[in-house]
Write a protein that binds this ligand. Structure first.
Ligand SMILES: [Cu+2]
Length: 164
């Protein structure tokens, strides 16, 4: 049975990096700079289907990030924040956000989200993979698990037969 355990670990190790890489779509981190009263970077440009992550820890002053029209809202102000928002297909344009207690002090930011261009009959160029491809990619890790499990089972059965 020792061989089976080794095979299991090898399969598990080989499967995980692929899964995490596929899940890790582009994320832009927005934090708070050393002045404690500014988002950094305060202005970012991303594409549809990508996300922003508001992340800071050990801040002297608690902050939050609220979009002007309520598109996103990190909730209560926090000294340690980790809030992620995905701009799914259809959510694009320019989004202004602010930190509620420090808005008046200029703690504001802008996120520009470019729409994804899809290939159509006029044969326009694409800036990003089509949404279909993105969706398929995100399903790969879920498809991989049964395949990996089947491999493990088949390997285990074979080795057992041999050992017997
Ligand atoms: Cu603030």
């Amino acid at each position: 049975m020792r061989t089976v355990t080794v095979i299991f670990f090898l399969l598990a190790i080989s499967a995980f990096p692929v899964a995490s890489a596929e899940n890790n779509s582009t994320t832009t981190v927005i934090t708070v700079d050393s002045t404690n009263l500014r988002f950094s970077p305060s202005s970012v440009t991303i594409n549809e289907t990508e996300s922003v992550r508001f992340f800071w820890d050990g801040q002297l002053l608690p902050h939050n990030a609220v979009e002007e029209n309520g598109v996103f809202d990190s909730g209560d102000t926090e000294n340690n924040e980790d809030y992620q928002f995905v701009f799914i297909k259809g959510i694009n344009g320019t989004f202004s956000y602010y930190c509620e207690p420090h808005r008046i002090l200029g703690m504001v930011g802008t996120i520009t989200v470019n729409p994804i261009t899809v290939v159509n009959e006029t044969n326009e160029t694409t800036t990003e993979p089509t949404p279909m491809e993105e969706d398929e990619e995100s399903f790969i890790p879920f498809l991989q698990l049964p395949i990996v499990l089947t491999c493990i089972l088949m390997a285990a059965i074979k080795i057992r037969v041999k050992e017997d």
